[in-house]
Structures are given as C-alpha cells and as structure tokens.
Unconditional design. Structure first.
Length: 389
C-alpha cells in the first residue's frame, strides 16, 4: 500500500479570476497549513497571487497568456492542445513518483488545455478532477443554449449537439469547441475520479460518465461576520453576482418591478449599463468587496438567485444562508439543494418573472438555522488516500 506524500493542485491561473480559481488556491493553501503533505501548485497563467506566494505551497507558473490574450491562430491550436504545456507538465511530473502523488485538477479550459491530461496519462499519475463546470462532457461547459437562454438536453457531441448553434459568439466558435471536446475526450477515462459539488451537477455528468467514481466535497465558503436577526427592519431583496443573461439578472429586475419591491444589485457585467438605465427603481452598487457587502446586508430581506442554467455549486447561496439570510432560488439550478421551502427560503419557477414576483410579494420565512455538510480538509485528504492505494 502506497503512502500519500505529494499533492499537486492544477489550475489554469495562479490568481483569483473566478470561483474555480478561488477554490483551487484556497485548497492548496489549506492543505499546506493543515497537513504534513508536500503541496504544490501548477498553473499556466500568472501572476501568482500573494496568498500562494506567502504560503508553504511550492508554485510553478508557466507565465503564458490565457486563450483570450493570444493571437487567433495560436488560440485555435493551443486552445485545443497546447504542446508547450504538455512538454512542461510532463517534465515537471518527472520530479515526482506516481506511487505517492495525487494530482488534484480544478480546470484546464482557459490556459492549460487537455494536454495536462495526456501528460498525466503518459506517466500514469493518479488524479481527481473537481467538477466546477460541465466541460468534461459539454462543449460550451454549461449545458446551456446561450442563443435561446435555455437549458440544453442534447447528448454531448451527438449530431444534434454538433449542429446546434448554442455558442455566445457564433457557430464557428461552436465548431472549435467541438474539436476541443473531441481531443479532450481522448484523455479522459470512463472511470475518472470526480469530486462533485452538488447532487444536480452529479446527475447531469453521470449521463456521460456512468462508470466514473464520484466523491462529494463541497467548496469552502467565506463566512460573513454579520448574522441576521430576522426579517424585522429589512426592506430590500438582493442580487449578488455577475450581470449577464444566464445568471438571471434581467429576470430579477423584472420581478422586483412587478412586485413593487425594493431591490439591490451588487456586481458588474455586460448588462449593467442597460439595466441601470431601464430600472431606476433598483439600486446598482457595482462590484464590492466582502467588507463593503457586509455594510449592505442589514438591509437585506432575502437573496434572490435567479439563474437560468444548472450552475454547479454557487457559493453565494450557502454564504448568505450561513449569515441567516433566506434565499429565493430558481428551481433549475444546483443551489436549490440548499433550500428547505418556507424554512430558509423558497424555490420559484426558473425563467418566470411572474412566479418570482409572486414569491417576493408573499415572502415570509420562519427563523432558521443552517448547517452545511462538512468541508473539512480531512475529508479531502481521505479521498486522496483512498485513490493512492
């Protein structure tokens, strides 16, 4: 039986540029602080953030731009399979034994490419992949038709999938995604080890990987120092997140207006200017850090999470629930796993501003306590140890 000695956390970037990056970095740092394992972090795009540099984590960054900042021809080929990353990662892995090392991969679609999967296959390293999105099976990563803003139920890479123009940009981009997916699928095993973040995301991915091994380990959350003492004195409903179509921000604005309620929007994105002009009855506060958000929370009656797609495991809902703030969540997304209707929030019909407005008008919940399943680092190391045997 092999004894685990090394964990290599792998992700596209060495700085926080989204939820997956935040989790990857936090995981590496927590492992370095709470275990005696040798923890390494491998990424393609820098700069490496101070959180990693100031920790005991040993960081390796290739310092190459992500696919959005490369020349078009380079993006086309290296986004599908990056030969430079393949050679660099393979050479890097030669410094470790595949008998006592686990690769914990958090994502590769923006910089690394599936070349890291081939490199780890070639050298027979054991790995586990956290499913932050649906890129292991869906070409656009979301099972969402971005043209129609509808959840897609097509079989990935089937003729119906390939010929569907579902990409945000154009069909040429979709064709490129299909080519990338076909190349990636060469290196993913039907018996991959996956860490899933919600029962909904697991049920979706299981259709493509029924023989895979699944382990539940929730993303850690940033808890607020503020804790609500109930609904008394609260007058506003909050939207917190990116201002884009698939996140349901337009639906939020419509429902708040129909319900003649007070709304607060924290976040930024491509729809902000348009919606801020149209909905003058709603406060648009822009992007805010954690301390600034805490100043707003005493006014908040409930968080509204109106996403139009599956999501995987949004952090906003459990963070708000842990602060004693109820949540109103669309019934199509993974965040619904956190909701006990009429106790800590409500579900509403996804895409329906009328149904959401009705929930807002009649909103009331009993006092509640919220207990989340463990995200202890010991649970994660138990998964690693199981895989290394």
């Amino acid at each position: 039986m092999s004894e685990l000695k090394n964990v290599i956390v792998v992700y596209d970037s060495g700085y926080v540029n989204g939820g997956a990056a935040k989790v990857a970095i936090n995981t590496a740092v927590s492992l370095s602080e709470e275990t005696n394992l040798n923890i390494c972090y491998f990424c393609a795009t820098g700069p490496v953030c101070p959180q990693l540099l100031d920790s005991k984590v040993k960081c390796t960054c290739l310092n190459i731009p992500d696919i959005n900042h490369r020349k078009k021809i380079d993006t086309f080929f290296s986004g599908i399979f990056n030969k430079h990353v393949y050679k660099a990662f393979k050479n890097y892995l030669w410094n470790f034994s595949n008998q006592n090392t686990i690769l914990h991969i958090h994502g590769w679609s923006h910089s690394l490419s599936s070349s890291i999967l081939k490199a780890s296959n070639d050298l027979k390293f054991k790995r586990v992949i956290t499913l932050h999105d649906y890129f292991v099976c869906c070409p656009n990563g979301g099972f969402l038709n971005y043209r129609k803003m509808e959840i897609c139920h097509r079989k990935p890479l089937s003729p119906q999938c390939v010929f569907c123009n579902c990409d945000k940009r154009n069909y040429i981009q979709k064709v490129w995604r299909v080519l990338r997916q076909r190349r990636q699928n060469r290196y993913l095993s039907e018996k991959e080890n996956f860490i899933y973040l919600s029962e909904l995301s697991k049920s979706v991915i299981e259709k493509s990987y029924p023989k895979a091994h699944y382990y539940y380990y929730p993303n850690s959350i940033d808890r607020f120092s503020y804790h609500s003492n109930g609904l008394e004195g609260k007058d506003s409903f909050l939207y917190l997140g990116r201002l884009s179509e698939e996140k349901g921000i337009r639906l939020f604005c419509e429902a708040i207006t129909k319900a003649s309620a007070k709304g607060i929007v924290i976040g930024d994105g491509e729809l902000r200017e348009e919606l801020e002009k149209k909905y003058t009855n709603i406060e648009f506060l822009g992007w805010m850090n954690k301390a600034q958000i805490e100043q707003v929370l005493p006014r908040v009656k409930a968080l509204i999470f109106p996403s139009l797609w599956y999501e995987v495991s949004p952090l906003t809902v459990p963070e708000m629930l842990s602060a004693g703030i109820p949540c109103i969540v669309s019934d199509c997304c993974a965040a619904k796993d956190n909701i006990v209707p009429e106790e800590n929030g409500y579900l509403f019909q996804a895409g329906s501003s009328e149904n959401l407005a009705s929930v807002i008008k009649n909103f009331y919940v009993n006092d509640f306590s919220y207990k989340r399943q463990s995200d202890s680092i010991e649970v994660l190391t138990d998964i690693y140890s199981l895989l290394i045997r």
